[in-house]
Write a protein that binds this ligand. Structure first.
Ligand code: MG
Length: 157
């Protein structure tokens, strides 16, 4: 077994889409970044790459490369899954936490889990997801950004 952890943070700004787990959520702010800035998917990619002892997403998909401008993070996640499989590893389980006081995530959780599971070719039961507020504290509480944490378990084939 291999364990991996990943963390990501993106700033919330006006004039950007809010994409989380591949789901576009109606909100007055969106996440800033070179790609679609899907903070949840980015944390998961880094957890998987770390568990597989592969280079992290900053190295694989550099934000200085025009090829990744506006990139669909689910497509990048599918590429990560391909590399994990190529390294002789199977994805057993993943668990994600999103820190954001607003907007409400609960109505979108199942759709996010389904998107992530599809990109990884795993059952939806293999993707855990919860959201938490930080009670108005810090950048996630004041709404200037979102943070995501991911854990995963891989198995050597
Ligand atoms: Mg990111």
């Amino acid at each position: 077994m291999r364990i991996g952890g990943g963390i990501d943070v993106h700033r919330l700004v006006r004039g950007r889409r809010l994409v989380l787990g591949g789901v576009e959520i109606p909100f007055e702010l969106g996440l800033e970044g070179h790609s679609d800035a899907d903070v949840l998917t980015h944390a998961l990619m880094d957890a998987l790459l770390s568990a597989a002892r592969l280079p992290d997403i900053g190295e694989l998909f550099p934000d200085t490369d025009p090829a990744f401008e506006g990139a669909d993070s689910l497509a990048l996640l599918a590429e990560v899954a391909r590399r994990v499989a190529e390294a002789g590893l199977s994805i057993v389980d993943c668990d994600l936490t999103l820190c954001a006081d607003r907007p409400k995530i609960a109505p979108h959780k199942l759709a996010m889990r389904e998107n992530l599971a599809r990109a990884l070719s795993v059952p939806v039961e293999a993707i855990g997801l919860k959201a938490t507020t930080t009670e108005g504290l810090g950048f996630t509480g004041e709404g200037s950004g979102m943070a995501a944490f991911a854990l995963c378990l891989l198995e050597e084939r």
